[in-house]
Ligand binder design. Structure first.
Ligand SMILES: Cc1ncc(COP(=O)(O)O)c(C=O)c1O
Length: 485
């Protein structure tokens, strides 16, 4: 039991235990790499374990598969980190990145344009819902969220209402790791040992149907969650609340799919009280739910601002973006403020290599019909996962499109009780890795978001391994007396 721990560190498995072998065209020394990797302070690292990890090292990837440095093939269940949407090993992506790096690797985005950034901004404006026709480029998702929040503050300052600054977010949200984005995140376990902005960032409960009170209908639960937003706005004062930020589906919080109508009704509340709606599509955009953006096409809302990253370049190079509505820009321009300089930006805003990669990525999604493909295989993926409900340890199976979560039925109330949560997600992941699949363990959950190019036979392979991994984790839990079954 003690050998499993919360967080990302995983022990490398003996190569004999893993999936089909292959020859890597590079000779890696795994032990040496693991030792060198201990110099790398990873995201969410447990500093008590620094220098003591021996992580799986991935050395190569292709399609939906990644290969560790011992040559074992694993299905990339989380698409890296919700991002390798068009799949690994795309030569056309590598070519466009190399070509742009040779033609012109970089130029300052301050007052000067470059062809890829200009063309990408125009393309995103074409693809975005409603009048979200202007784009601010960032380096990733956190900086997109931070920039969106800073823009909201800037907007209200220009409009002469500096007190309208409060942000409402939700429990179980994840919006990033910069200070403000992290403050908007609502995952309790991420709050230990760090400081956050609490004066003007507030959280309301997540619309988590699986966790609704016993006996309450989903409809009544939805009414309650929508009312939570309005009540919070009224409690803080409509003249003080600037924005509501929400992921269409709470991703890292455990793929929490809100009840039907939730976002639409929340948007209505925001409109009623002059509160801006920021839709954080860092995970849901670029095909994950079968559409370029999910806000309008899946959830019937046209927000004021959309943040995106990850699938924008399919993770080949880092990039994020904030799409801002023309209405907000017009409103700023209609004021008599003498200048309205948004003093926010990054050396790498609109990086030409990243922008070229994003353009190629979108071209691949369009030319190969990957949205239609995701719309076809998404429901199949969900239906296959639902079959796992017959396993007694499975409490909930949920998701939309190519984004899903299996949650164990073990209650997570005693959150400080690590023995209770059993790191069951980690156990499943360990077993799945040995069988040839990476899933993303999250406490008592496993989260999955494979590359959207995944085929039905590959989904069968993935779910087959997952079933076996859950069965083995279940046996562990019973053997260790942590679960009676
Ligand atoms: C919804 C959401 N917003 C923002 C972020 C932060 O993105 P990044 O890690 O690229 O900074 C993430 C990352 O997972 C996310 O899931």
């Amino acid at each position: 039991m003690a050998s499993f721990r919360i967080g990302g560190a995983r022990r490398a498995l003996p190569s004999s235990a893993k999936g089909a072998g292959m020859t890597l065209d590079t000779d890696f020394n795994t032990t040496e790499l693991q030792s060198q990797d201990n110099r790398f302070l990873h995201p969410w690292d447990d500093f008590q374990a620094v220098d003591k990890n021996s992580r799986t090292i991935i050395g190569k990837s292709d399609g939906i598969y990644v290969y560790d440095t011992d040559g074992n093939r694993l299905i990339d269940g989380p698409a890296g980190m919700w991002c390798v949407n068009v799949g690994h090993g795309r030569k056309e992506m590598a070519d466009v990145i190399a070509e742009q790096a040779l033609r012109m690797p970089y130029y300052s985005p301050w007052s000067i344009g470059t062809p890829p950034a200009a063309q990408l901004a125009d393309k995103l404006a074409e693809l975005s819902p409603g009048d979200l026709d202007h784009v601010f480029f960032t380096t990733g998702g956190s900086t997109a969220v931070d920039s969106a929040l800073r823009f909201v503050m800037f907007y209200n300052n220009i409009l002469g209402r500096p007190e309208k600054k409060h942000i409402i977010s939700r429990h179980k949200a994840y919006h990033g790791s910069t200070y403000l984005a992290a403050s908007c995140s609502g995952k309790e376990r991420d709050k230990s040992f760090l400081d956050f902005e609490t004066n003007f960032v507030h959280h309301i409960p997540a619309p988590h149907p699986y966790r609704r009170p016993e006996g309450m209908s989903v409809e009544a639960f939805c009414d309650e969650k929508v009312a939570d937003l309005e009540n919070k706005i009224l409690e803080l004062g409509t003249d003080r609340v600037a924005a509501f930020i929400a992921e269409p589906i709470l991703a890292s919080g455990g793929v929490i799919v809100p009840p039907e109508g939730y976002h639409r009704r929340c948007l209505e509340i925001c409109r009623k009280h002059d509160v801006l709606y920021i839709s954080d599509e860092v995970v849901t955009a670029f095909g994950r739910l079968g559409h370029i953006f999910a806000s309008e096409d899946v959830f019937s809302i046209v927000p004021d601002i959309i943040t995106c990253a990850k699938g924008l370049t399919s993770g080949y190079v880092p990039m994020g973006a904030v799409l801002i509505s023309d209405a907000l820009i017009s409103r700023i321009q209609s004021t008599d403020a003498k200048s309205a300089v948004f003093s926010n930006g990054f050396t790498y805003s609109g990086h030409p290599v990243a922008a070229a990669a994003a353009l190629k990525n979108i071209e691949i999604i369009e030319d190969e019909g990957l949205l239609e493909h995701a719309q076809e295989v998404g429901p199949y993926f969900q239906a296959k996962l639902q079959e796992l409900r017959d396993l007694p340890i499975v409490g909930d199976v949920r998701g939309v499109g190519l984004m899903a979560c299996i949650e164990s039925g073990i209650p997570d109330e005693g959150l400080d009780d690590l023995a209770m949560d059993m790191a069951i997600g980690n156990r499943i992941d360990q077993h799945c890795q040995a069988l040839g699949l990476i899933v993303r363990p999250l406490i008592n959950m496993c989260v999955m978001s494979p590359p959207i190019v995944i085929t039905k036979p590959q989904i069968d392979e993935m779910v087959g391994i997952l079933r076996k991994g859950i069965e083995l984790a279940m046996e562990d839990a019973q053997r260790d007396g942590l679960w009676q079954g």
